[in-house]
Design a protein around this ligand. Structure first.
Ligand code: GLU
Length: 292
């Protein structure tokens, strides 16, 4: 177990260097304003049309936007450039069902909806929480994982034990995430420092630019591996139902994706991929959550 942790730490450290090199400086800082915009990235007008199983087959590949720096869900392994994780593997299963190759490109929190609307991707499988605001802009599959937002801080930091304690503190997270929105709502006096990626947020915690990182527990598990002087503080304070994002009115594609998730659950592939990718991070039962 310790050996796995050490390997993950090494992998993450290399990934942290490469992700940090290609990403710009923090995108926003200062006091969070309650009710402020949840995303700094403007959503362009949607490109007409929708991906369908037939159009994907004709293209010859299923393009999925996934994270490249979230260990367990979407992670570009710096030793072999393979994209690993539960989200990446679910994309591969759906591609197989359609009978095409999977193409995985990086989708960070803020560009997930624009990537769908610009038709740069067919699907977004990227630790993507289903919520009403997003459902006005895009469609989601049924949920396939339930995470919860948590707080990561240095073990030595005893001043942060719950969400209330984030008030007045520098709190790092990713722009365009529900994590950002939830901090604005639940700790309105927190000073949000927002980055494109959680890798950058972890680096900022490590070098003291923020007091805490707040996002989904499953994302923070990877940061703990990279920064062993950190720990989760308190219990998760939100429910994050992950769904697969697709362009609005993707009726045919949504049916195929939902049916395939159910088929994967029924024939054991869902459980096997869960155990392979995230079994060591979560004690939850490896089962598809109810459809609604
Ligand atoms: N699940 C949350 C979201 O979709 C936070 C994690 C992320 O940014 O990917 O916004």
């Amino acid at each position: 177990m310790k050996r796995i942790a050490t390997i993950l730490t090494m992998l993450f450290a290399v990934a942290a260097c490469s992700a940090g090199g290609s990403s710009p400086a923090p995108t926003a800082g200062g006091s969070a304003s309650p009710g402020g915009s949840a995303s700094a990235t403007p959503s362009p007008s949607p490109v007409p049309g929708n991906s369908t199983p037939a159009s994907i087959k004709e293209k010859g590949r299923l393009t999925c936007g996934v994270k490249f720096d979230v260990v367990g869900f979407g992670f570009k392994n710096p030793t072999n450039s393979q994209i690993e994780g539960f989200d990446a593997d679910i994309c591969r299963e759906i591609a197989k069902k359609i009978g095409v190759e999977a193409e995985l490109i990086e989708a960070v929190s803020a560009n997930r909806i624009p990537f769908l609307n610009e038709r740069r991707v067919d699907l977004v499988i990227s630790t993507f929480t289903i919520n009403d605001d997003r459902k006005k802009q895009i469609d989601f599959s049924r949920p396939y994982y339930v995470a919860g937002q948590s707080i990561l801080a240095k073990i030595s930091n005893t001043a942060v034990t719950k969400v209330d304690d984030l008030n007045g503190k520098n709190v790092c997270s990713a722009e365009g995430s529900t994590s950002e929105k939830n901090v604005r709502e639940k700790a309105a006096q927190a000073k949000l420092v927002l980055f494109k990626t959680y890798t950058e947020a972890g680096q900022a915690l490590s070098d003291g630019r923020c007091d805490a990182v707040s996002t989904d527990d499953v994302i923070l598990f990877g940061l703990i591996n990279a920064y062993p002087d950190t720990e989760l503080k308190g219990e998760p304070f939100t429910t994050e139902n992950y769904g697969i994002g697709m362009k609005k009115d993707s009726t045919e594609l949504k049916k195929l994706v939902d049916d395939e998730l159910a088929a994967m659950d029924a024939d054991g592939r869902f459980k096997a991929l869960w155990e392979k990718n995230i079994g060591k991070y979560t004690k939850k039962e490896p089962k598809l959550p109810p459809a609604s």
